[in-house]
Design a protein around this ligand. Structure first.
Ligand SMILES: Nc1nc2c(c(=O)[nH]1)N=C([C@H](O)[C@@H](O)CO)CN2
Length: 118
């Protein structure tokens, strides 16, 4: 089963970074997320209760990330993947966390991780 619900280009401002100057400002991060989900169930019922609500996931991530304070994008990415697996009906998640403008000359830098429920 390769069906997915996705969230693309979710931008959230937060405290992130290892340098002193980064501890004093909020920076924008971008999230691209793919979550395994069987499309056939909500397709049969056409009911929001039967699907993975991408708005609910987005709102939860916005609340968590905007209140977070980490040094590395690796740490934040891991926490976000765990939150999705723990709190929503998702067995596998692919999460790309981009930090735009962190490196001169690069559009964005960051990490891509894939995690499954234990
Ligand atoms: N693999 C990583 N490398 C770097 C990170 C990071 O979070 N993961 N962070 C920084 C700085 O905070 C940088 O983003 C400031 O421009 C450097 N390298």
């Amino acid at each position: 089963m390769s069906d997915k619900v996705f969230i693309e280009g979710l931008q959230i401002d937060t405290l992130i970074g290892i340098y002193d100057w980064e501890r004093r400002i909020r920076q924008p991060l971008r999230f691209d997320i793919e979550m395994a989900f069987d499309n056939r169930v909500p397709a049969a019922s056409d009911a929001i209760e039967d699907t993975l609500d991408y708005k609910a996931v987005s709102k939860r991530l916005i609340a968590f990330v905007s209140a977070s304070d980490f040094g590395l994008v690796e740490k934040l990415a891991e926490q976000c993947a765990k939150l999705i697996l723990d709190e929503f009906n998702v067995s596998h998640v692919r999460l790309k966390l981009s930090k735009p403008g962190a490196v001169r000359g690069a559009t964005a830098v960051g990490v891509i991780i894939e995690r499954s429920r234990a």
